[in-house]
Each structure stands twice: as C-alpha cells, then as structure tokens.
Design a protein around this ligand. Structure first.
Ligand code: OGA
Ligand code: NI
Length: 348
C-alpha cells in the first residue's frame, strides 16, 4: 500500500491524485465571507445541573445552530487540554512510524477492527484522495475492542482510553442538551440510540504541493448519530451551507460537532445531516480525529413520536434496524439522497 505518510516529499501532484477540473475544490475561498460562520457554543465546563439557566441557554443555542447549519463548535467543553494534546501526539506518532511498523495494519477490508489505509474513499473511484486514515472502535475500552489497537507507539492505548472516555462523556452531554432543546426527555438518546461501540477515524493529510488539484476527503454525510471532531489549529474542513462550502474555522481546543443520518431521521428532519468534505493545504500536515457515536446494530430507528404530527407533519422516514442502514450506506457510496431514498416515506 502506497501510504502518503511514508512517501518522499512530493514536489508536484502525481497524476492519480489530480481531480477532473469540474470536481476540484473551491479552496478555502469562502474564508472571506465573514457574514456567515458556524456558531461557537460555550458549554461552561461540561455537564451543568438541570437547574442552571446556562444549561437551557446552551441547549437552545445548539438547536438553533443545528437547524440553521447542522454544524457547530463547542468550547469550554470539559475535555482537558492535556487529554486532547496527549492523544493527538500519540496518533501523530502512529502516522510518523516507518512503513514496516505500519504494514501489519494496512487493509482495505472494512471488517478489520483496526485498519490503516490510504486515499480511497466511499465512492471507490479511480482518483485518489490526499489522505491516509485509521479506523477502529475506540469505546468502550473492552478487551474485545482494545486487543485490536496498535502496541506502538506505546502511549497510543493509554492516551486513547483517556481521550475516548472524555469525548464519550462530552457526546452524552451534547445529546442530553439536544434532547432537552427539542423538548424530548433528557435521556432520549441514552440507551440503544447512542449505545453502540463508538467508532473513530483519524485522518492524516500531508502537505500537498498543489491543493487546487486535489481533495482530502470527498463530500459525504456521516452515517451514524453524532460526530465530535478535533481538528486542532489547521484548516481544511468545509461544510455545505446552501449552495456554498463554508470553512469550519479552526479554534484550538474546540470540538466540531455535526449530526449523522440517524439524528436527521430520529428528529424527523429537524436536525439535518449536512454534507462536508476536506481540502488540503501546502503548508503543514493536518490531522483530524473524528469520534462517531453509533446506535447499537439492532436499534430500531424511526422518527420520535414527539417530532411527528400525523396531520401537520407526518413521519418522513420508515422504521428500520440500524444495521440495515449501514448496508444501504455502503451500497449507495455515501450519496446523501440515494441513501436516504430507501428509508423515506413519500407523502402525496
Ligand atoms: C470524517 C470527516 C473531516 C475532516 O472523518 O467523517 O468528515 O476534517 N472528517 O477530516
Ligand atoms: Ni464526516
């Protein structure tokens, strides 16, 4: 496998990474639209007591941001700076290892519990993406999950355990706030809806000699319930807002939060799963750590009855098992409309 993280420094973009002109990114051009920006929400250190008025305020802000953008950032979120830095360093250490150390993990077999791969993306097209990545189950730290984690670098596992536990707690706090903000029971997402193993993708984008020709990660929507992403201080993530791609401005220490398809379906379309992608840059390597909260495989997914009104606002999606959705997503190559189509109820 030709890992970008082990390639000699490229002085030009090899042909196989060059995108056709109509598919090339509008670079960070939307950078200069200061009129619109993804909201930044203060969580006041994490889980606030229900009686604290700041809690209601944060919940309202999340719902407002969720409805308008589907993407927002959280600060003062309660995950320690050293926990984030510690795990990011360990993960960067993994990509920096010599190719022979990483070889045992290289695989395109999606059933592998810890795998390292490069370039390809959901659409399995010919053109390559400027990215290496690892994917694995990061939480809970059960023996079943942990035995697949790499033994090197030696700080990977201990830092991962800390990071995943802290991000799990943050994700649960955000899910409670979402439920409260929507007028659902605070524990609505607790249990099967968020109780599957949490998956992690760590994306590594080396500096690219000509970012106008390449893409880091193709446009997609996330398939699960909720994503909590750390991009540290390097820009590259763009999310769709109307007809535009807006840059998610890096705020050191913040987490970017967005909704997966399951959130859109459960809220009957109120909190939509928004398309996003990653572009490259020529100056520095970028690494994003994406934590994906999943329902259990057998979880029955359907619009919450509180979000449905038979006369005024009927259910937009049928009921299904989460595992059925996972299969449809792979078959539809992550195309938003195609994947949702098979679950939609068409009302005349
Ligand atoms: C993802 C993702 C964006 C990024 O892993 O699902 O959207 O900034 N990553 O790397
Ligand atoms: Ni994503």
């Amino acid at each position: 496998m030709e890992l970008l993280s082990n390639a000699p420094v490229h002085h030009s973009v090899p042909e196989r990474y060059v995108f056709p002109p109509d598919k090339r990114p509008t670079l960070l051009s939307d950078d200069h639209s200061p009129d619109v920006a993804f909201p930044v929400i203060d969580l006041h250190g994490g889980a606030l007591p229900v009686s604290d008025h700041r809690r209601r305020h944060a919940a309202e802000e999340i719902i407002r941001a969720g409805k308008e953008f589907g993407f927002f950032q959280v600060v003062n979120h309660g995950v320690g700076e050293c926990v984030v830095r510690g795990f990011r360093e360990a993960a960067a250490g993994f990509f920096a290892m010599p190719a022979e150390e990483k070889l045992p993990y290289c695989s395109y077999d999606m059933s592998k519990r810890f795998r390292l791969a490069t370039s390809t993306s959901y659409d399995r097209g010919e053109t390559r993406y400027w990215r290496d990545y690892i994917k694995f189950r990061c939480y809970p730290a059960s023996d079943e999950n942990a035995r697949h984690w790499p033994s090197k670098p030696s700080n990977f596992t201990p830092r991962l355990v800390e990071y995943s536990a802290a991000v799990h707690e943050l994700a649960q706090t955000i899910l409670c706030l979402i439920a409260e903000g929507l007028g659902l029971d605070g524990g609505f997402f607790t249990g099967d809806l968020s109780g599957g193993d949490t998956h992690m993708s760590i994306n590594y984008y080396p500096p690219c000699p000509d970012p106008t020709l390449t893409m880091g990660l193709l446009a997609h929507c996330d398939r699960h319930l909720l994503t909590v992403l750390s991009q540290a201080d390097v820009a590259g993530l763009q999310a769709r807002h109307g007809e535009r791609w807006l840059l998610v401005h890096p705020i050191p220490g913040a987490f970017v939060v967005n909704f997966g398809h399951q959130m859109e379906i459960v809220t009957n379309g109120v909190l939509a799963s928004v398309e996003h992608r990653a572009v490259t840059n020529s100056a520095v390597a970028r690494m994003s750590v994406a934590t994906h909260v999943h329902p259990t495989d057998g979880c029955r997914i359907r619009p919450a009855s509180e979000m449905v009104d038979e006369a005024m606002n009927p259910a937009k999606y049928r009921e299904f098992a989460f595992s059925e959705f996972m299969e449809a997503y792979d078959a539809a190559d992550a195309s938003r409309e195609e994947v949702l189509e098979s679950f939609r109820i068409n009302h005349e």
